[in-house]
Design a binder for this molecule. Structure first.
Ligand SMILES: [Zn+2]
Ligand SMILES: [Zn+2]
Length: 261
């Protein structure tokens, strides 16, 4: 168990303190997705209604984009693939889209802590990986200055804190790229090619957990992983939401097995 988390999204809460009761009156916890006020010491980041419609993500093969369970990676992956595996907290839908949009563009930084802690607790409970360090996917300095923060770096900080491992900013984005939202899958890979570089001459040794907010085509995370990947380094990715196109979801059989998740 890590830092008071036991299972999730309903994790065990420590005994309430008077200061928590006091703060709850003025700053109550709210559901991450719909912002409904949650009862005190509720023990979940989502309200009952959002929990009912929440489809947990899980482990995804970054090569064939299929979901899978169990400890062994997908059989189509080889050790040469820079991004070894991918983990997502949720499937991207309207509610998650709104949450991530507010987190990225509307200064809703307060969600970084509960999301980072939740992501870490899932990584541990599902035995996804045991990282030696956490690395965020960087923004170009111009974009970070405009926004005032990098949402992936905030997520990475709280994920690392909960996992009790260091969070190191080993990557920089040295080339400004166009936004990925309005371009095709192929163009996305071209758009980010060569956009990242490492601040170190040699790759880190051990298991690296690379953190980003959303995974769609994987172009950004695969490019970032390729910079960190090296002999003696294994890069695992983790995101808040996975946003594949529907064809990929049907092909992977995700919808067929949804009720069991
Ligand atoms: Zn809710
Ligand atoms: Zn695969």
């Amino acid at each position: 168990m890590i830092n008071g988390f036991r299972g999730s999204p309903r994790y065990r809460q420590p005994e309430p303190r008077w200061i928590d009761n006091f703060l709850h009156v003025f700053f109550p916890d709210r559901c991450l997705l719909c912002r409904e006020v949650l009862p005190r010491a509720y023990g979940s980041p989502l309200c009952n209604s959002c929990l009912e419609s929440y489809h947990p993500g899980g482990k995804i093969c970054p090569h064939c984009e299929g979901f899978y369970r169990g400890l062994a990676p997908c059989s189509c992956l080889s050790d040469n693939f820079p991004l070894h595996e991918l983990f997502t907290l949720a499937l991207y839908d309207q509610k998650w889209r709104r949450l991530i949009h507010d987190f990225k563009y509307k200064n809703r930084r307060s969600v970084a802590r509960p999301l980072g802690k939740w992501l870490a607790s899932e990584i541990v409970s599902q035995q996804y990986c045991f990282p030696d360090l956490v690395v965020p996917v960087p923004l170009h300095c111009r974009r970070e200055n405009e926004r005032g923060y990098n949402q992936s770096a905030l997520l990475a900080r709280y994920t690392a804190q909960t996992l009790n491992v260091p969070c190191l900013h080993l990557l920089i984005k040295h080339r400004h790229t166009h936004t990925q939202t309005a371009i095709s899958r192929l163009e996305r890979f071209e758009n980010v090619r060569g956009a990242f570089k490492s601040i170190k001459k040699s790759p880190p040794v051990g298991t690296v957990l690379l953190i980003d907010d959303v995974y769609s085509t994987g172009s950004t995370m695969k490019e970032a992983a390729s910079i960190l990947h090296g002999r003696g380094t294994r890069v695992y990715g983790a995101v808040i939401a996975y946003n594949p196109n529907l064809r990929d979801l049907h092909r992977s059989g995700f919808y067929a097995g949804l009720d069991q998740w």
